[in-house]
Design a protein. Structure first.
Length: 232
């Protein structure tokens, strides 16, 4: 998703979440909840100490309950240095507050460091006689230092991933791999025409709309936790 395609609603939600999350971590440190305590150590918020001290007094709010039910996933490294997602393991977190804190930090990491689905990407299905063999994700990517306003051309097409339907990488010498390579060569040479006017479709896709909703839930939960800390 390019900056010019980000809606005002997404911008406002992202700002609000980072504002409340950052303010909460600031309040943790100001109230003595530190990850490290020795002089000269980095001043990092001590989430674990906060959870340990407040778990018995914490009760789930409606937003926190919904956040747990939605269970944001975390990004992981797959074989071949590919990226994927998996559910957050909450088995070792033995209180509601511990689970909420873990998921809040997951949402924060996903928004700040994790994968962001690009609205200007497209999915391609590789088929043989109508039978699906693999799926590819394509995106438009500029060369380093290339002017932003330059029109897109087939040379900007980049393969994000090519996967079989069990999520395994597609071997280059397999029928699907050979067919995909042939297709991309034809696209880049201009032998196959393509429309590179790719509007952002994520606002109409349930998966990514739900992701923004989860961020809103996390924001509401962070606000609630902060009010509890400030009332101490």
């Amino acid at each position: 998703m390019r900056k010019e395609n980000i809606s005002a609603e997404i911008t406002e939600r992202a700002f609000d979440f980072f504002y409340w999350f950052s303010r909460f971590e600031f309040s943790l440190k100001e109230n003595g909840y530190l990850k490290y305590n020795n002089p000269g150590d980095r001043a990092e918020p001590g989430w674990d100490n906060f959870v340990q001290n407040h778990s018995d007094k914490y009760s789930l709010s409606q937003s926190a309950t919904a956040l747990i039910e939605q269970s944001p996933e975390q990004q992981i490294v797959l074989p071949g240095r590919e990226l994927g997602w998996r559910p957050v393991k909450l088995d070792q977190h033995n209180s509601d507050l511990a689970r909420v804190a873990r998921l809040l930090k997951t949402v924060r990491n996903n928004l700040f460091h994790g994968g962001k689905h690009r609205g200007d990407c497209r999915l391609l299905s590789v088929r043989e006689a109508g039978r699906p063999l693999a799926s590819a994700e394509l995106e438009l990517r500029r060369e380093h230092g290339e002017p932003i306003g330059r029109p897109w051309s087939p040379k900007h097409l980049s393969t994000v991933q090519l996967r079989e339907f069990d999520n395994a990488p597609v071997p280059t010498d397999s029928p699907a791999g050979q067919a995909y390579r042939w297709f991309m060569e034809r696209i880049r040479s201009g032998a196959i025409a393509t429309n590179l006017n790719w509007p952002d479709m994520t606002v109409h896709m349930t998966r990514f709309a739900n992701g923004r909703w989860k961020a809103g839930l996390a924001e509401a939960t962070a606000k609630w936790l902060l009010t509890q800390l400030e009332d101490r």
